[in-house]
Design a binder for this molecule. Structure first.
Ligand code: ADP
Ligand code: MG
Length: 250
């Protein structure tokens, strides 16, 4: 299977089981959404996919293009093509957006070709400015320290800028819509749409339907209390928006 496959995944955080057997397949080229109430385990799933050390997989498996990533470090998972846009991106004062992106890109390319010497700065800049234009970002953002004093919308745009530069195989977007005003939501969603292609799978995590109006997921999954309780077409998102989550819990 080309894409992401999550099999019977059980995850503990600080000795409490949060995910109770998640099964999910996101084939390459498709957009899937996970919706669910707060505290239900959506971010736990996202962190677990990336290999955050606090999240312990006690059973099950995570496969990317048919290969288990469970024994890979977060860095190796990223090199393998997994990408996570954080719900709460962290600030790194002292490291500029441009330097961060260039280091990440070069590390990726080096992992594929150990003899790779890095993208020359002018070429890198050209590429970054192209992608920034797409995201309607001020080119000055490249020189600012990563997420340091950024607004909610700026942080989310930088996450998507990273995604655009790293060209992952599977992107997990954790509440990329939160903290965005209507214009920023449209711009960010439209730029995610421009990144869609047959080699990329996207898993969007959200509890609002509004971003899905733009991203038009193939499948919507509902997570409640650490389990996927329902999967269906985009109409499922509309129903949740209207009726809330109570009807799926029963
Ligand atoms: P969601 O993203 O759906 O709102 P989370 O995955 O953030 O939900 O949280 C699910 C549950 O796991 C919550 O009860 C939360 O308190 C707990 N949890 C998540 N991460 C941690 C952590 N690092 N330490 C302790 N508890 C956590
Ligand atoms: Mg969350």
């Amino acid at each position: 299977m080309i894409g992401l496959e999550i099999k019977e995944l059980h995850v503990q955080v600080e000795n409490t089981e949060i995910l109770h057997g998640i099964n999910l397949i996101v084939p390459s080229g498709e957009v899937h959404a996970i919706m669910g109430p707060n505290g239900t385990g959506k971010s736990t799933l996202a962190y677990t996919l990336m290999g955050h050390p606090k999240y312990h997989v006690t059973a099950g498996d995570i496969l990317l293009d048919g290969k288990s990533v469970l024994n890979l470090s977060p860095e190796k998972r990223s090199h393998a093509g997994l990408f996570l846009a954080f719900q709460y991106p962290v600030a790194i004062p002292g490291v500029s957006v441009a330097n961060f992106l260039r280091t990440a890109m070069n590390a990726h390319r080096k992992s594929i070709d150990p003899t790779y010497h890095g993208l020359p700065v002018p070429e890198f800049r050209k590429l970054m400015l192209e992608k920034m234009k797409l995201l309607e970002m001020d080119p000055k953002m490249g020189g600012r320290y990563l997420n340091d004093g950024f607004s909610g919308g700026e942080k989310k745009r930088v996450e998507i800028l990273q995604m655009a530069m790293l060209e992952p195989k599977m992107a997990v977007l954790d509440e990329t819509d939160s903290g965005l005003d209507i214009d920023a939501l449209r711009i960010v969603s439209e730029s995610i749409n421009t990144l869609k292609n047959s080699q990329l799978g996207i898993l969007v995590i959200t509890h609002y339907q509004r971003m899905l109006n733009y991203l038009k997921p193939d499948i919507v999954h509902v997570m409640v209390d650490g389990k996927i309780v329902e999967s269906g077409g985009p109409e499922l998102a509309l129903r949740l928006e209207e009726e809330g989550y109570r009807w799926v819990k029963a």
